[in-house]
Design a protein around this ligand. Structure first.
Ligand code: ADP
Ligand code: DP6
Length: 332
């Protein structure tokens, strides 16, 4: 029996990954940049065991259906191939983040799975190698190997597409991200399906590709200069452009809800009142607001008139992936 367990935190992209040029290898159309957060994470253990007759996947204590388990098996096959191993595995995962609600459970989930497998089979991977492995599970997961800011360099092959930490002199510790949970239910269109439809059918997609690398350069410059306004402006503009592409897809779709628009408007009005803060959204209706920690209390006060305390979750910059010692009781 081979056992490993890992914890990985979610990350939210400031410059989004949106579109694949290779769906099998999960090679992205564009590079992206994110902030790993401390509020949401996944813990996953994996047991490769000779007594198992199939792969088993438990999420939050519940045995998952064939479709979800097949996704996990596909990932396990990658690591089994590396070690020439034919054992089935039991994967037991706990999300400390709502699943499939646009809060990046796929990033923390697949990064934790990659870390647990690497530990179980003693793969001895370097950080870029672990990032490449996580990428094969879910693109955004490759950034969750690292704490703070990280950049996923798109590359043009399996070898060259991975994330790296962006040095920031700990500036991320002066920032916060406020999550406004307008709906934590499972979304109708997954990130995977949404980006595929957009790449294949959206007449706006070429506009996305024309601008995203310049956005990335601006974001990196803002981090180097610790320029919050520059980082916030490019984050908000980039997110809006990503969401713009979905409107021209066939059939068109949007992840926005009326509540999301309300939050966007509140952010704009906070800025008009002199409080610098900027929003971004992913494949779901929840809104994330980038703000300097010194202004967080004020921002929460403004939002408290419209949203309950439970709907407002503060995240700080979070750490990279970590291994967890496996307790004896978990070994069976
Ligand atoms: P999200 O916004 O939460 O990342 P996605 O649609 O991108 O939503 O991804 C959700 C999918 O990620 C789930 O359907 C599941 O396949 C996968 N996933 C989520 N959490 C885990 C986990 N802990 N372990 C393995 N896979 C997970
Ligand atoms: C909008 O990484 O979940 O959150 O690679 O198909 O698993 P797959 O997609 P996923 O997509 C994330 C999309 C996004 C933007 C981002 O995180 O960069």
């Amino acid at each position: 029996m081979y056992i490993g367990k890992a914890r990985a935190y979610t990350n939210i992209a400031l410059i989004k990954y949106w579109g694949k040029k290779d769906e099998h290898l999960i090679l992205p159309m564009n590079s992206s940049l994110s902030l790993t957060l401390d509020a949401f994470y996944t813990e996953t253990s994996v047991h490769f065991d000779e007594t198992l007759t199939e792969d088993l996947f438990f999420l939050d204590g519940e045995k998952q259906n064939a479709k979800q388990t097949a996704k996990i098996s596909k990932f396990l096959d990658l690591v089994r191939q590396k070690q020439n191993l034919s054992l089935f595995a039991k994967v037991d995962s706990k999300n400390f983040v709502p699943t499939a609600a646009g809060l990046a459970s796929s990033a923390s989930g697949l990064a934790a799975l990659a870390g647990a497998c690497s530990e179980a089979l003693d793969l001895q991977l370097s950080e870029p190698e672990l990032s490449r492995l996580a990428r094969r599970g879910s693109g955004s997961a490759c950034r969750s190997i690292f704490g703070g800011f990280s950049q996923w360099q798109k590359g043009d092959s399996d070898q060259t597409s991975f994330a790296q930490e962006i040095p920031s002199d700990n500036w991320e510790n002066e920032l916060a991200m406020l999550f406004v949970l307008v709906d934590d239910g499972v979304k109708d269109i997954s990130s995977r399906d949404g980006m595929k439809r957009t790449v294949e059918t959206s007449s706006f997609y070429s506009g996305w590709l024309e601008t995203v690398e310049a956005d990335l350069a601006t974001a990196k410059q803002a981090i180097a200069e610790k320029d919050f306004h520059k980082l916030g402006e490019v984050t908000e503009a980039n997110g809006l452009r990503m969401h713009g592409t979905t409107l021209a897809a066939v059939p068109p779709f949007t992840y926005w809800s009326p509540e999301s628009l309300k939050v966007m408007q509140l952010v704009r009005s906070a800025r008009q009142q002199g409080l610098p803060c900027y929003f971004t959204m992913d494949a779901g209706p929840n809104v994330k607001i980038l703000v300097e920690k010194k202004n967080l209390t004020m921002l929460k006060r403004l939002l408290a008139d419209h949203f309950s305390e439970q709907q407002l979750i503060t995240a700080n910059a979070g750490p990279g992936i970590s291994l967890i010692p496996v307790e004896r009781s978990e070994e069976v």
